[in-house]
Every structure is written in C-alpha cells, then in structure tokens.
Design a protein around this ligand. Sequence first.
Ligand SMILES: *[C@@H]1O[C@H](CO)[C@@H](O)[C@H](O)[C@H]1NC(C)=O
Ligand SMILES: *[C@@H]1O[C@H](CO)[C@@H](O)[C@H](O)[C@H]1NC(C)=O
Ligand SMILES: *[C@@H]1O[C@H](CO)[C@@H](O)[C@H](O)[C@H]1NC(C)=O
Length: 188
Amino acid sequence: MTTQFLILSLLISCHVLTATLAEETGFVGSLDRKALGLDKKDKVSHFRFYFHERFTGSNATSVTVVPPLPQYNSTTNFGLVGITDNALTVGPEPGSKVVGKIEGLYAGTSQSEFNLLIVVNFALTEGKYNGSTITVVGRNRLSLKIREMPVIGGSGVFKFATGYVETSTLYVDADRSTIECNIYVSHY
Ligand SMILES: *[C@@H]1O[C@H](CO)[C@@H](O)[C@H](O)[C@H]1NC(C)=O
Ligand SMILES: *[C@@H]1O[C@H](CO)[C@@H](O)[C@H](O)[C@H]1NC(C)=O
Ligand SMILES: *[C@@H]1O[C@H](CO)[C@@H](O)[C@H](O)[C@H]1NC(C)=O
C-alpha cells in the first residue's frame, strides 16, 4: 500500500465517520471550521469601558432584589441578589460617550467576606461591535483593588470568545459608583 493511498483512505474514512455519526444520531455532526469563519486567526482585543451605578432614587441602575439573609454576618451581604443595567462609557465621566450597556445579576455568595457572584453581559452598540455581546461570569472579590473575572463567551463578533476582565472601583459612596473595566478578549 503506498503512503498516498493510506492517507487518502484515512481521509475518506474520517469523512465517512463524520457522515455516519450525523446519520446515526440525527442531531450531531462535524462542521468545517471555515463554515463558521473559524479558519481565520483569532485576535486579542483590549476594551476599556467605564460604568456608573446609582444605588438609590427612582432611577437607580443597580438594585437589590433579595436582601441579605439576616441570620448571617451582614458585613458580607450573604444571600443578597441584585440586578444591574448601566451605560458603558468611553471615559470615566458620567456624561462621556455611551458605547453599550452592562446588564446582569450579582449575588452575595460568601459568609466570610464581601464577594459577589457576577453574571453579566457587555452589550455593545458601537460600529462593527453593535449588537455583539461579551459574557462574564466570575467571583468579584470586592476587597481587592483589581478584580479579575473570566470572559466565558459571547455573541456576534465575540462567538467563541475567551478572556478575562479586570475591574476596579474609581469612586463609590452610598448613592453611586464609577467602575473601570478592562476586557482582554480573544475572538475571531
Ligand atoms: C436620576 O439620575 C440622575 C443622574 O444621572 C440624577 O441627577 C437624578 O437626580 C436622578 N433622579 C432621580 C429621581 O433619582
Ligand atoms: C462579621 O465579619 C467581619 C469581617 O469578616 C468581622 O470583622 C466581624 O467580627 C463579624 N461579625 C460577627 C458578628 O460575626
Ligand atoms: C446599532 O444597531 C441598531 C439596529 O440593530 C441601530 O438601530 C442603531 O442605530 C445602531 N447603533 C449605532 C451606534 O450604530
């Protein structure tokens, strides 16, 4: 058997295997990466956004839906569940140009320190990113100056995205906050 023939028969058997899998299960088969535009080299982008939370008033943007459980040490906010929807801006000033939103949930999940489980989507509205989202799920350890959380995926231009975000608090009081987000994301 020549080497060429061996390679050719391997290629054919791979192809047959894929086709058979799809036919047998009826719900799964392989795809050529090209068909999804995944044959291009992925790139790494750095986005920097700011957002501005309001905790009080009729137009609050980060609100508690479920208060912390009273039987636990209240300094850790264990049991708290909140929801957030804030404009993402290019600069740290609240009046700065808006390029998207951050929408999501946060929950107090530690009995020993003030940590939040964060589940948020960065929904962008600018240029070629308009309509695309970056999804972050992670542990926001508020005692740290810079908090790192994983980018677990995305939609639109961020399909198959991976990476991380670093957030830091530029300002916070009982009524409002300003947060800086640096997102480092690999995408196609
Ligand atoms: C709504 O938010 C703005 C800041 O963007 C603030 O100046 C205003 O007082 C708020 N209004 C109410 C009713 O809370
Ligand atoms: C609550 O937690 C804080 C920080 O961990 C600690 O300093 C404090 O002693 C705790 N209080 C109670 C009542 O357990
Ligand atoms: C983003 O796309 C929506 C339609 O999906 C459009 O209405 C909107 O004007 C676009 N925004 C920008 C800034 O291009």
